[in-house]
Write a protein that binds this ligand. Structure first.
Ligand SMILES: NC(=O)c1ccc[n+]([C@@H]2O[C@H](COP(=O)([O-])OP(=O)(O)OC[C@H]3O[C@@H](n4cnc5c(N)ncnc54)[C@H](OP(=O)(O)O)[C@@H]3O)[C@@H](O)[C@H]2O)c1
Length: 314
């Protein structure tokens, strides 16, 4: 099978196309013939030696990627799936996902059946980014009806699912992005929009029960300016340093870092919401598997609207 390896971290020139044996599966795994792979900032960061590269470097060469949608080619006896099932999920994150390949050995417990009414590209998109939004908003922050919620980078991969999920749970949602993406953010269901360029957070009179920081750095300080006492602030890029953690505590804000993890039960919830149209994936661009470097370049620009997906045609 064709797969993309990295032998060492670096630029997109380190993505090496190789011919590898199709992986063997255990009883609790399935072999997925991959139809679509979604590309995340963590793919790009890990390729460059950051992200989760440090956790995985002893396993070099690495096959990057975690987010797949495809067709079960072979099902382990304890997998609960059968050959021909269409499945999607985030495989083995934050471990070695090995998703940039024509076939992936995936734990059955990380997958759900792909809704029939969405494409493989839309399904692959709704894995790491959608799981992050769901796990943070529903499990960690426990966002409830009527709460005031602020989602940063609401036009991005995580953010566009976060807006839809927070709205579905009954929150009043404000999303940030630049002005050019306002219509997109509002079209996902946001009640209010903030153009972050030049916005004066210190003078804002808004107050939020939950803030989802997808930017990091100064954005955490800015967010604390509008956090209610007793609120929750989850930061997903790198987390809160000691000084910011103290500042949050002094304001009565529960601020912390959170990392998404593979979970088939959560995927089943997302599958149901996708099937019912409660959440929708916005795939702004697809690339062919041979153009993985271009897909990485696009994600690396930081300007992605919704999701970037790579498709395979075997
Ligand atoms: N801890 C975890 O488990 C976890 C999981 C998923 C993602 N992450 C991290 O979370 C971050 C976001 O991921 P993502 O996939 O959503 O990224 P993404 O799709 O690349 O985000 C791109 C979007 O960010 C917006 N943006 C850029 N700077 C902004 C700012 N200062 N304020 C508001 N919006 C801004 C852009 O809109 P404009 O062009 O309008 O600026 C663009 O639409 C990444 O650092 C990623 O690694 C962590």
């Amino acid at each position: 099978m064709k797969a993309i390896l990295i032998n060492e971290p670096g630029g997109t020139d380190k993505l090496i196309y190789s011919e590898l044996p199709i992986p063997a599966i255990n009883d609790d795994e399935v072999l997925v013939q991959v139809k679509a792979i979604s590309i995340n900032p963590v793919d790009v960061k890990s390729r460059a030696g950051k992200g989760v590269f440090g956790r995985l470097k002893d396993e070099l060469p690495l096959i990057l990627g975690w987010d797949i949608s495809g067709i079960v080619e072979q099902a382990g006896s304890n997998s609960g799936f059968k050959k021909g099932d269409e499945v999607f999920g985030m495989v083995n994150f934050p471990g070695h996902g090995k998703a940039y390949a024509e076939y992936v050995a995936a734990p059955a417990s990380h997958l759900a059946i792909k809704p029939a009414n969405i494409t493989h590209a839309e399904a692959a998109a709704a894995t790491l980014a959608a799981l992050t939004a769901y796990q943070a908003i529903a499990h960690k922050a426990n966002v409830k009806q009527g709460q005031n919620v602020l989602i940063h980078a609401a036009s991005g991969g995580v953010g566009h699912y976060a807006v839809q999920i927070a709205k579905h749970l009954g929150a009043e949602v404000t999303g940030t992005s630049s002005a050019k993406n306002k219509d997109f953010v509002v079209s996902r269901g946001a009640d209010h929009h903030i153009d972050y360029h030049g916005y004066n957070w210190a003078e804002s009179t808004n107050e939020y029960d939950f803030i989802f920081d997808t930017i990091g750095g100064d954005n955490i300080d800015n967010s604390l300016e509008v956090a209610k006492s007793g609120s929750t602030l989850i930061s997903i890029p790198t987390g809160l340093n000691e000084a910011v953690t103290e500042k949050a505590k002094a304001k009565g804000v529960n601020g912390y870092f959170f990392m998404v993890s593979s979970n088939g039960d959560d995927m089943k919830v997302l599958a149901e919401w996708l099937e019912k149209g409660i959440i929708k994936s916005h795939v702004s661009q697809t690339f062919d598997f041979k153009d993985m470097a271009l897909a990485h370049g696009h994600v690396e620009s930081g300007r992605t609207v919704g999701k970037i997906v790579v498709t395979l045609s075997i």
